[in-house]
Design a protein. Structure first.
Length: 368
């Protein structure tokens, strides 16, 4: 059995630069070899989400509203992006600390040129569940090459089947049929089981819940209904617009009877339900009304190489500075252990109307 190393000598309140300095001073107080790590609440590190670009070809109103992410928005210059080799190196370091699953995201990950080469590099590490979240716009064209590169599964975001509602939500007039074609191509390429994420915004697309469930029932794909969250600072989030996951389940169950299913593993974000008649399963992600911080085992790597230990964080830890400053793998391992060991985040459990207004990094940059 791997041993959990409690990093009691790293203060939870320490700031990023101090942490990294302590970690890189060989033999310093936070120096640990590679190995499983636990944060201040005893949570292990299991998942890494990697944002490969902060750009997107959609302008979803709840994520990258057009009036903020317009023509003049200062997206990261190319030189600030981690290279594929740098990302793969960071991935190896995280794997050494217990990460088993990597999800590529963004922005829109399929916009990153030659993302297949990155997938090949990550697949060559071995022993990782390698998946990707996409809006599906380019998936019909890329599903086969992603699979050939070593991607195991894919999650596709789809907020409505109704053409008018879908085009209004993506706000670039993108037709729903092309995303459905992408889902079919992913299934044909063997990127299964496919998960389909619907962000539910009360009064905008909540009437699409049952049609979406009905459409994919019996397909083998798993639709997951996500509560609209107060990520970032630009989407004008209001609690009134959150439709609780319990209400999602109630509405589907009234037409397509459901029964609760056990989680696949501790820390699974979605609560699972299956159709009583054997038509497959759905999930609900209740990050607002039933926070699951105590099981959160996820770290995030931003497009420019900062590590964030919470989706709702306002500050990250700059690994790129270490990578480009000549740090060896042992120093990177100590840095990651120190960052995770100091982690105390549980934003969703502490959320109030006041915290929602706090400055937070944008999801398109940190990775959804
Ligand atoms: N572009 C890709 C996509 O559309 O799936 C990946 C990035 S996107 C930020 C990842 C996921 O975050 C999507 O499923 C998106 O719907 C979800 N998301 C974005 N903003 C959200 C919010 N405010 N609340 C809940 N989910 C959100």
């Amino acid at each position: 059995m791997a041993k959990i190393i409690p990093l009691t000598d790293v203060r939870a309140s320490a700031r990023s630069a101090q942490l990294l300095a302590a970690a890189t001073a060989a033999g310093g107080p936070a120096a640990v070899a590679a190995g499983f790590v636990a944060d201040t609440l005893g949570r292990p590190l299991r998942d890494l989400r990697i944002s490969v670009t902060d750009r997107c070809n959609f302008r979803c109103v709840y994520c990258m509203p057009k009036d903020v992410f317009g023509r003049d928005y200062p997206f990261l210059p190319h030189g600030e992006l981690l290279t594929f080799e740098e990302i793969a190196r960071v991935a190896r370091v995280f794997k050494a600390h217990g990460v088993e699953k990597i999800r590529l995201t963004g922005g829109e990950p399929l916009l990153r040129r030659n993302v297949e080469s990155l997938i090949e590099l990550l697949a060559s590490i071995g022993g990782l569940d390698l998946t990707l979240t996409t809006n599906g716009a380019l998936l019909a064209k890329k599903a086969r090459s992603l699979r050939d590169a070593g991607l195991t599964r894919v999650t596709v975001s789809l907020d409505a089947l109704d053409e008018r509602v879908f085009r209004a939500m993506n706000d670039v007039d993108f037709p729903v049929g092309r995303v459905l074609d992408g889902i079919d191509a992913a299934a044909a390429a063997g990127l299964a089981p496919i998960k389909i994420n619907m962000v539910v915004k009360r009064g905008t697309n909540d009437h699409e819940i049952v049609p979406l469930a009905r459409r994919f029932r019996g397909s083998g794909h798993i639709v997951r209904f996500i509560e609209y969250m107060d990520v970032g600072s630009t989407n004008g989030w209001k609690m009134d617009e959150v439709l609780p996951a319990a209400e999602v389940v109630r509405r589907i169950d009234a037409e397509l009877p459901l029964v609760r299913v056990d989680a696949n593993y501790a820390g699974e974000t979605a609560e699972r339900w299956r159709y009583r008649d054997g038509g497959g399963e759905i999930g609900v992600i209740a990050s607002v009304t039933q926070a699951f911080c105590r099981d959160c085992t996820r770290a995030r790597l931003s497009t420019d190489g900062k590590v964030y230990t919470c989706l709702f964080a306002s500050e990250g830890h700059d690994l790129k500075a270490l990578l480009r400053g000549g740090a060896d793998d042992a120093a990177l391992e100590r840095a990651v252990a120190a960052i995770w060991g100091a982690r105390a985040d549980r934003y969703s459990e502490l959320r109030t109307a006041a915290t929602a207004a706090r400055p937070k990094v944008e999801m398109s940059y940190i990775g959804g």
